[in-house]
Design a binder for this molecule. Structure first.
Ligand SMILES: N[C@@H](CCC(=O)N[C@@H](CS)C(=O)NCC(=O)O)C(=O)O
Length: 210
């Protein structure tokens, strides 16, 4: 059976969990804190980042985008990507924006751990990316029910994951008030079983990271 190394707050791992659930692919969830010493993630990914998908032959696939591509290639039933090029481009753009916002949230999270040594300029730079990324996501989603076309897919997985992550790690940003249509879109998305089963929540990092 496939195994997925995941962390409870990770928006990247959540993308994969949602895709696996939507595609009805059986897998075993292995949850850990990748930032702690001794985490198994580093044994399967030289970059020491999760998610990592462990295949039955013992090999591993890492980086959420690569894993999602792999799932699309190997399990084409219930596709998450449209065959139409312009729809595919929009879904991929939304994924790049969503992951980019997540990257900036992670950087702010760890910068703030430095306490008085945190760089205000660096933090402000990342917060700008978060705000302008969500602004663009809201513009691209518009008033639609699904991110791309008229069915659920990769765009929804990516956008749903970043918006869920903001609730856990960056509550100060009141994006639902600024973008009510995006808030309605997310509220509907969040009702899906694949989203309900993978709700993010914080983990305790015991080791010193920064
Ligand atoms: N681009 C990667 C990002 C993965 C990532 O940053 N994962 C975090 C957890 S949310 C991690 O494992 N970080 C541990 C580290 O950087 O040492 C992806 O999409 O999979």
């Amino acid at each position: 059976m496939l195994q997925l190394i995941s962390a409870t707050p990770s928006p990247y791992a959540r993308k994969v969990r949602i895709a696996l659930a939507e595609k009805k692919i059986a897998f075993e969830l292995l949850t850990e804190v990748p930032w702690n010493q001794g985490a198994m993630t580093a044994q399967h990914n030289p970059l020491a980042k999760l998610p990592v998908l462990l295949l039955e032959d013992g090999s591993s696939i890492y980086d959420s985008r690569f894993i999602l591509d792999y799932l699309e290639w190997m399990y084409p039933q219930t596709p998450m990507l449209s065959g139409d090029i312009s729809e595919k481009l929009l879904a991929k753009k939304l994924e790049v924006l969503s992951d980019g916002v997540c990257d900036a949230v992670v950087l702010v999270f760890f910068e703030r751990m430095r306490g008085v040594n945190a760089s205000e300029e660096w933090t402000a730079r990342q917060i700008h990316k978060i705000e302008s990324g969500v602004n663009e996501i809201a513009r691209l989603i518009g008033q639609r029910q699904y991110a791309v076309g008229d069915s659920f897919g990769l765009g929804d997985i990516a956008v749903g994951s970043v918006l869920g992550y903001l609730k856990v790690r960056f509550q100060a940003f009141d994006w639902p008030s600024q973008y009510p249509a995006l808030a309605n879109y997310f509220e509907e998305l969040d009702k899906r079983p694949s989203f309900q089963q993978s709700q993010p929540y914080p983990q305790t990092i015991t080791d010193k990271v920064v």
